[in-house]
Design a protein around this ligand. Structure first.
Ligand code: CTP
Length: 400
């Protein structure tokens, strides 16, 4: 979750500064980059050399580099970071941050930061309970900063109570949780159409032509999109699957014609469509009004082609819309999938081959290959359909 994330770690002057070393070590282990800023007083509690060695970057304290006089740009740093952590945050530094007293590099960078700011206060029990500290913390919260509250325990003074800095392991867990939540909302404001399930093409009042599709894959995609903040219009053929997220609006249909109507009507309002339904390719030319009787040795039902919904959407697709199709193949899987991708004007196609065990209809797992317009092929391992939905939505998200 923190891999590749860039953090500024602001270390202010309190005894808990020694914990910054472990915090850096844990963040680097997660694959994050850490740029440490220290206040002058913090250097009395832990040496810059220790923190520079662990973070693999020079520590910044002053506005100017004392060696070459170069300007340490707080604005650039504020823009560079994905997150700023102030740990430990003393009562003094929080007071300055709450009131915009920008008398050192750390606070000016704080004021320039556009990223989320996480503050881990550390001080003695009575300082933490002082009304000015409480007021400053409330002010910082009102700015949208995140306070990582100190737990209770023995303090450096020997007093027991709240005030010691949260342990680095728990700060890392807090950050992971934050970025997981944030990433989960990467589709906020988007709207997608998903088709799912089989269709039933009526032969007479009691019989139909159908297929074994359960709707699991399409419903899993709809849930994944919604859980990441998107609104979803789910057009579903007959399926016993249930919708859980209120952001999914379900439209139930029976036949390919009904599914086509609902999809074509709803597509223009969306950012894209994922066509996971197993739509019948043929429907009876004539539907009998009454039950067909067993009278002859042979019965011939004349069929006509249904609307190819994906292809119809491919024709009206705008440049900013994404169209995703599925291909379920029994032979020549990749060649058939590429052919469908082109014919239907899809942005990418999700291929599942019945040749692969655990893939296809009515099972909880799937094994897919994603093929895009540029013929780039990405193979995935056999996974639960919920994880497959996540892979597909991640792929879609990259194209948005
Ligand atoms: N599809 C559709 N409307 C149809 C048939 C298919 O929207 N009438 C969509 C499916 O939802 C899927 C993709 O097209 O995303 C490919 O479906 P598939 O049945 O594999 O393809 P067909 O084009 O019908 O080809 P064939 O059945 O000949 O393999």
């Amino acid at each position: 979750m923190l891999k590749g994330k860039k953090f500024i770690l602001g270390v202010t002057g309190g005894i808990a500064a020694y914990k910054a070393a472990n915090l850096i070590r844990l963040l680097v282990k997660e694959g994050a980059e850490v740029q440490v800023l220290m206040t002058k007083l913090a250097k009395e509690f832990i040496t810059p050399l220790t923190l520079a060695t662990l973070s693999k970057r020079p520590i910044l304290v002053d506005f100017f580099n004392p060696e070459n006089g170069a300007w340490n740009s707080h604005v650039d740093m504020g823009l560079w970071a994905d997150g700023m952590i102030i740990a430990p945050a003393t009562a003094n530094s929080m007071g300055k941050m709450a009131n915009g007293v920008a008398d050192n590099l750390l606070i000016t960078t704080y004021l320039s930061a556009r990223c989320p700011v996480f503050i881990a206060p550390a001080m003695d029990l009575d300082m933490y309970q002082h009304p000015s500290t409480i007021k400053n913390i409330e002010t910082l919260k009102s700015y949208g900063n995140f306070i990582i509250e100190p737990p209770s325990g023995e303090l450096a003074s020997g007093l027991i109570g709240k005030g010691r800095m949260e342990e680095p392991e728990n700060i890392v867990a807090y950050l992971k949780d934050h970025f997981r939540q944030e990433e989960k909302h990467d589709l906020e404001g988007k709207h997608f159409l998903v088709s799912a399930g089989p269709t039933h093409e009526k032969i007479d009042p009691v019989r139909f032509i159908g297929n074994y599709s359960s709707g699991k894959m399409g419903f899993a995609i709809a849930e994944e999109l919604a859980s990441r903040g998107a609104n979803v219009t789910l057009v579903s053929g007959p399926s016993s699957q249930k919708v859980k997220n209120a952001k999914v609006k379900r439209i139930d249909v029976l036949s390919a014609a009904e599914m086509a109507k609902a999809c074509i009507e709803n597509f223009p309002q969306t950012d894209g469509a994922i066509m996971a339904a197993a739509v019948a390719d043929y429907t009876p030319l004539h539907r009998a009004d009454k039950k067909v009787k067993r009278e002859k040795d042979e019965l011939h039902i004349e069929l006509k082609a249904t609307v190819d919904i994906a292809a119809a959407l491919g024709k009206v697709k705008e440049a900013n819309q994404i169209l995703v199709g599925f291909a379920l193949e029994t032979n020549d899987a990749k060649a058939n999938a590429v052919n469908k991708l082109q014919k239907k004007n899809l942005d990418f196609i999700v291929l599942n081959s019945l040749e692969d065990e655990g893939a296809g209809f009515n099972v909880d797992t799937n094994k897919i290959t994603i093929i895009d317009k540029g013929n780039k092929q990405t193979d995935y391992s056999l996974k639960n359909k919920l994880e497959v939905a996540e892979d597909i939505v991640n792929y879609l998200h990259k194209l948005l």
